[in-house]
Design a protein around this ligand. Structure first.
Ligand code: SF4
Ligand code: SF4
Ligand code: SF4
Length: 327
């Protein structure tokens, strides 16, 4: 089974390299965006290149965590882009918002089996990532090797929380699918645990929870900058007339920043989990974004990035809308 997983990933990786090289050689794209090995163990980093000789550095593995759609609005020309299920929905969402033209992207779809959260492995193994010799995916288990000894953990214990709630791991929109469609590896209990815990609190307890969390926010804006749904050229937090929030990170302003950001990404957020992953002080931002994702689904029957022909959620209304203001 281990060999099968490894070979499947290697097969997808080789197909990707061949296709990326052909796209650049034939002048069908100006750039390729994918992943290459990171400088730290068990990491990858985005690779953006115009050079066909760079494509041999491309990798596909269980650590291709970034949502690469975020780079599309920064590049001019035609782009070949590696996309997992959630990334492809972010690309479609950008197409719906006219931020990206469909004819300018070649989507190289990767059927996703979930991304491994190294912090969870560190906790389970009781070791720092530098002390781990190997991590391999074997079906529904992950095998971690330290000093020649192996330990097995269920895959549901080591994937990112958002991956465990993933509805569509196989890209819905693509030009080339690099492997067979995959089924999601889900564990709703784990995926929803932090959110359900908050739902169980009183309003006062929730308020105290978020006051405590946002007191730690340093307003680095990593959560905004990594998010493909946050694409305003000038963010409201940088406005001075009117000034919506103070530039210094007071918890009240930090909370306002996140509340408004959540409303801005409503109907665009694909639960890719990147904002929470990138927060340097580990604020559980997905407890806000996933809640908004579910509210959008329940109230508007809308899921981000599902249909490039449909209008974005916030730009159309129905005659039956409850709000007179909109009619
Ligand atoms: S949310 Fe789904 S498609 Fe996205 S990385 Fe996780 S498993 Fe893959
Ligand atoms: S990434 Fe975290 S610390 Fe930085 S602005 Fe966002 S919530 Fe605050
Ligand atoms: S708000 Fe967070 S989870 Fe949603 S699309 Fe942006 S980075 Fe991804």
């Amino acid at each position: 089974m281990a060999l099968t997983n490894y070979l499947l990933m290697k097969d997808i990786e080789q197909k990707l390299k061949n296709e990326a090289k052909a796209l650049l050689e034939q002048g069908k794209v100006d750039y390729i965006i994918g992943f290459e090995p990171g400088s730290l163990k068990f990491t990858t980093t985005p690779l953006i290149t115009r050079d066909k000789n760079d494509v041999d550095r491309l990798v596909i593995n269980s650590f291709i965590v970034n949502n690469l759609a975020n780079f599309l609005t920064e590049l001019k020309g035609r782009v070949g882009i590696v996309a997992k299920g959630c990334d492809s929905r972010s690309i479609v969402s950008l197409i719906q918002d006219n931020k990206v033209a469909r004819e300018n992207v070649v989507i190289l779809g990767v059927p996703c089996t979930g991304i491994i959260n190294l912090s969870k492995i560190e906790r389970l193994a009781g070791k720092d990532r530098d002390e781990l010799d190997n991590i391999s995916r074997e079906g529904d288990k992950v095998v971690v090797t330290v000093d020649g000894k192996t330990s097995e953990f269920p895959i549901t214990g080591v994937l990112f929380d958002n991956c465990l709630g993933c509805e569509l791991p196989t890209p819905q929109e693509y030009d080339l699918l690099l492997g067979e469609p995959t089924l999601p590896v889900t564990d709703e209990t784990v995926s929803q645990a932090k959110i359900d815990q908050l739902r169980g609190l009183t309003l006062k307890q929730r308020w105290d929870f978020w006051e405590n969390e946002f007191s730690r926010c340093i307003r680095c804006y990593a959560c905004r900058n990594i998010c493909p749904a946050c694409f305003c050229e000038r963010c409201f937090v940088e406005e001075t007339e009117p000034q919506w929030v103070m530039p210094v990170p007071r918890w009240q302003d930090n909370l306002v920043f996140q509340v408004i950001r959540n409303i801005h990404v409503a109907g665009r957020c694909t639960d890719c989990g990147e904002c929470e992953r990138t927060c340097p002080v580990n604020i559980p931002l997905r407890s806000l974004t996933k809640e908004m994702y579910d509210v959008v689904g329940e109230l508007f029957h809308f899921k981000a990035g599902m249909d490039k022909e449909s209008l974005p959620l916030m730009t159309h209304y129905e005659q039956e809308e409850a709000e007179d203001l909109i009619r």
